[in-house]
Design a protein around this ligand. Structure first.
Ligand code: SLL
Length: 208
């Protein structure tokens, strides 16, 4: 029975982003920043290498070489430069039947607005994405199961970890829910107020 059942889809969160450190006094014209572009898991202790086979990063042609293939975790590229550009990536999975997933990320070096560059605090830009496997093979499912075990190959010990964005889906969901409730209450309040004003207006017209 279990063998004939359709495999259930599996969704794996991935975080794509960059951490860029201004070199301050060490900066020169062509190398003002040291940056790292990464593809990481949500879970700090998960070994992404169990289900990600490799990540190919396509950088700006001014970086040599512009294509970097990373076959073991951490799936990241560190280099130095002066400019921001769009990075194209492909994530390859440990199941040849899953097509590589294309992703893009805008490497961000400069803080928003008129904030001064800071050597103490890097510019972090990350976003949450998901890899959806509609019918994962038994081998890939076994890899996902193994990835649930805490591993030293997770990003917990990364030197950039303290700058990572704390994506907490449940918490974000709760916040949105809270906001929605506040807005609904406001709308109800405004609507009641409008009815009361209309009523008052009618009265005035009637009496005047
Ligand atoms: C820009 N469109 O004008 C972008 C190009 C290129 C960034 C950015 C290479 C560093 C080096 C580098 O930073 N390229 O030459 O070693 O902003």
């Amino acid at each position: 029975m279990a063998e004939t059942a359709e495999p259930q889809p599996v969704t794996k969160p991935v975080i794509v982003g960059s951490v860029a450190y201004w070199l301050g006094k060490r900066a020169d014209e062509s190398k003002s920043h040291e940056w790292t572009i990464h593809v990481r898991t949500l879970d700090a202790d998960e070994d992404p290498g169990l289900w990600i086979k490799k990540v190919v990063f396509h950088l700006h042609p001014t970086l040599v070489p512009p294509t970097r293939v990373v076959e073991t975790p951490p799936f990241e590229v560190t280099d130095q430069g002066w400019g921001e550009f769009e990075v194209q990536m492909e994530i390859y999975f440990h199941d040849a039947s899953d097509k590589p997933l294309p992703l893009t990320h805008l490497l961000k070096l400069y803080p928003d607005g008129d904030q001064a560059p800071s050597a103490a605090r890097p510019v972090v830009s990350e976003r949450y994405d998901e890899c959806v496997f509609n019918a994962p093979s038994a081998a890939l499912r076994a890899r996902f199961d193994a990835a649930a075990n805490p591993s030293p190959n997770g990003w917990r010990t990364s030197p950039h970890a303290k700058w990572y964005t704390p994506f907490e889906p449940q918490e974000q969901y709760d916040q949105l829910q809270q906001m929605y409730q506040t807005i609904t209450a406001e709308l109800q309040h405004a609507s009641k107020r409008r009815l009361a004003l209309e009523e008052e207006l009618r009265h005035q017209r009637f009496n005047g």
